[in-house]
Design a protein around this ligand. Sequence first.
Ligand SMILES: C[S@@+](CC[C@H](N)C(=O)[O-])C[C@H]1O[C@@H](n2cnc3c(N)ncnc32)[C@H](O)[C@@H]1O
Length: 258
Amino acid sequence: MTVFKNQPYQKLLYFDGFAGSGDIEVEGSDGGDKYTIEGAAMRILKIDKPRNFNMYYFVEKKKSLADELNKKIKSTFPDIKSFVVSEDCNKKLIDLSNKFLRLPKGKGYKVLGFIDPKGMQLEWSSLEALRGLPIDLWILNPTSGTNRVLKRKGEIDESWLKRLELFLGMSREEIRNHFYSKRPTLFGDLDIVKENDPINKLHELYASRIAGNIFKYVSDPKILRNNSGAPLFHFFMATNSEIALRIANSVVTPKLGF
Ligand SMILES: C[S@@+](CC[C@H](N)C(=O)[O-])C[C@H]1O[C@@H](n2cnc3c(N)ncnc32)[C@H](O)[C@@H]1O
């Protein structure tokens, strides 16, 4: 927003692919009462300095949550141009690519996107639809959930194998070759063994297949952890802009005095 504050003619769109209801219910620590905090959608709408977005587009698959979010936005921010749609984010990313990002020079939007799924819902083909386009996309890569699906000896259910293929954009053979190796046993046959450090490996693979292929750059990841310090998600930005990359890296790893 700072970069575009002196370019009011540049239209900016905020796209949230997994928007929720506008509220997040949080478990109290040590069995304490549940409480509610404001979700990302409502928080982003409040930002109006150094400027705001020209349009806000929220996607939430579950209709009851989408309706709830829409109601909150319309009552709190009646003058803001916003849309809440109850659809699959994958479909809307392809629409976004066709309708907003391919307009003639000067008429198109620049987009800041936020992808906050719980699991492997973002499909690789949806990312591919954004190739080379003016969107800076923050993505939560669900590395811990994906690792749970990659069973120790490679015995993965068919439905999960299909989900992995859609999510990673790789065939099951490629996935097996990447995360498992065959080691000889004492009895002369071969055992299938999962590679070490799979959570970080999952992010390295994901990020390295995006960078220089779908987007020019990916930022460093911020590892989001649970209360015991175990990694849950790798949070990072994919972008075609060198300036956005620099800003994203400074958000991920703040420098003293920044
Ligand atoms: C982790 S929550 C998002 C929380 C939200 N970012 C916030 O700050 O409140 C993920 C949301 O994505 C929705 N969802 C799941 N699959 C989806 C899909 N394929 N497309 C769009 N939304 C989906 C879920 O119903 C859920 O509300």
